[in-house]
Ligand binder design. Structure first.
Ligand SMILES: Nc1ncnc2c1ncn2[C@@H]1O[C@H](COP(=O)(O)OP(=O)(O)OP(=O)(O)O)[C@@H](O)[C@H]1O
Length: 460
């Protein structure tokens, strides 16, 4: 609304409310650019986004998201309006887009979930009857090409498992996405509560973020340092093995997680990456391999793994709703993930802390890029090298991982085996005073641990 003479409706940042009805078993596919927020309420019916049920009559805000709202049980009614994010510096050309589709693959994914759940149930029964010889729940690896819906399927399988009171470990092996961590890392998180769809990536916060509406998740994070696994495949495989050891030992020690099993999301891999796939299968003792929409890959994998009698290969169709996301959108999601790690969201505001620290107190390493490999520089061939000349050119606007390893520990191999405690953002390095201006997620003493500079940039 505008008062005559004081602007027009076109300047109004909020559009009028609209109602949409999603027929039973259909998807409302939406693409919301970062410059727009979709404010919607489910007014009737059961609706879900990638396996996470939406509450009735609660305002939900989504921005910078491409997803589908699905009506699994009955017709769903949604009232929504769009809000322009004023001040949002965005170069996106895309506008909000939406359509309803009856061509959903959700029944196939539900069947897959039920088959996995049945294995969880028989594992739980076995473990109750045989406490002396415990077995593990299903370890599911999801594979497929570029943008075929791997991440969405992993969210659906985790969301449905939580609804059945299971607690699987969600493993993210795609360092491009930050799952309960920042981009540039791989992580594993036991999931016992629904995801927070309003956060970047649609996962939620971790325990470091303080008290939250959702159960905060506690991930184990391994630093990789790059978005693309091709930058250093040896380091990537090493970190997968390290994460695998940690996940399997968690499964051994925690009965509910042991029964829940593991769900593994991956970057785009094909048969040429068989050595990586083989590593993941053995490191996580995978027993169900799900291939999305790629018959050739599932047949090729069947041939390569024919000696493995305990490995089931399942092929599922790719959803026609999957959107090809471009590089700038991916980068924008990464930036949003980093921003929320430090600052939180509109609903959950965090209190980051800015301080200056002296460089001479710090020990900083960097992961080696395979193509730049210089054995004279690398202390652990192929993996990490000491950051010899920290300067504004290699530290300004970058993310640094704080490892769990105290600086007093001089064993280089321990660095490889250590996990990430948290991250800091370096906004400026003063080359003369040798001081870093850093942003910490919360106030306190800067931990005297070994640091790893990453290739993940971020501009506050
Ligand atoms: N049914 C659907 N309707 C609308 N959007 C969808 C649907 N399924 C997936 N998407 C969207 O399509 C995009 C790509 O899907 P997703 O990230 O699951 O694919 P991926 O195979 O994991 O991609 P990558 O290979 O890049 O990791 C995402 O933005 C996702 O939210």
């Amino acid at each position: 609304m505008s008062i005559p003479g004081f602007g027009t409706d076109s300047n109004d940042p909020v559009t009028s409310t609209a109602i949409i009805n999603i027929p039973h078993k259909s998807e409302w596919r939406i693409e919301i650019p970062f410059k727009t927020t979709l404010d919607f309420t489910v007014t009737s019916g059961v609706a879900e986004i990638f396996g996470t049920e939406l509450p009735l009559n609660v305002h939900i805000h989504l921005s910078g998201v491409k997803c589908a709202i699905y009506a699994p049980i009955e017709d769903v009614s949604i009232s929504y309006h769009l809000i322009d994010n004023i001040g949002e510096l965005s170069s996106e050309d895309n506008e909000f887009s939406e359509y309803i589709s009856t061509e959903s693959c959700m029944d196939n994914y539900l069947n897959l979930h039920l088959a996995i759940e049945q294995k969880r149930q028989s594992c739980t029964d076995h473990n109750i009857l045989n406490p002396g010889e415990l077995i593990m729940g299903p370890r599911v690896l999801v594979l497929g090409g570029d943008a075929c819906g791997k991440t969405s399927l992993c969210k659906i399988l985790s969301g449905y498992a939580v609804k059945m009171d299971s607690c699987p470990v969600l493993v993210n092996l795609n360092p491009r996405d930050g799952v309960f961590a920042l981009p540039g890392s791989i992580s594993a998180t036991p999931v016992s509560d629904s995801f927070d769809l309003e956060t970047s990536g649609g996962y939620g916060f971790t325990t470091t973020s303080g008290s939250l509406a959702h159960n905060p998740k506690q991930p184990i994070v391994k630093n990789f340092g790059f978005s693309s696994i091709r930058e250093n495949l040896d380091l990537y495989k090493y970190q997968i093995s390290q994460l695998g050891i940690t996940v399997l030992s968690r499964l051994e020690q925690d009965l509910s997680v042991r029964n829940g099993g593991v769900i593994i999301d991956t970057p785009s891999l094909d048969i040429k990456d068989f050595s990586v796939i083989e590593n993941i299968v053995s490191d996580f003792q995978v027993n169900i391999l799900v291939v999305i929409g790629n018959e050739k890959l599932s047949i090729d994998l069947g041939k390569k793994f024919k000696h493995k009698s305990n490995l089931d290969i399942v092929k599922v169709p790719g959803s026609p709703g999957v959107v090809d996301v471009n590089e700038s959108f991916i980068r924008r999601v990464q930036e949003q993930t980093i921003k929320e790690y430090f600052n939180g969201t509109n609903k959950t505001r965090l209190s980051p802390f800015k301080t200056d620290i002296d460089l001479h107190d710090l020990v900083i390493y960097k992961p080696v890029v395979t193509r730049d490999l210089m054995s004279s520089l690398s202390f652990l061939p192929k993996y990490y090298a000491i950051l010899e000349e920290p300067s504004s050119s290699n530290l300004d606007n970058s993310i640094i991982a704080i490892t769990q390893l105290p600086q007093t520990n001089k064993s280089p191999r321990d660095l490889l085996n250590s996990s990430v405690l948290g991250y800091v953002h370096v906004s400026k390095f003063d080359d003369d005073k040798k001081k870093l201006k850093v942003l910490l997620p919360f106030p306190g003493v800067f931990p005297r641990n070994v640091l790893i500079a990453t290739n993940i940039g971020y501009n506050e």
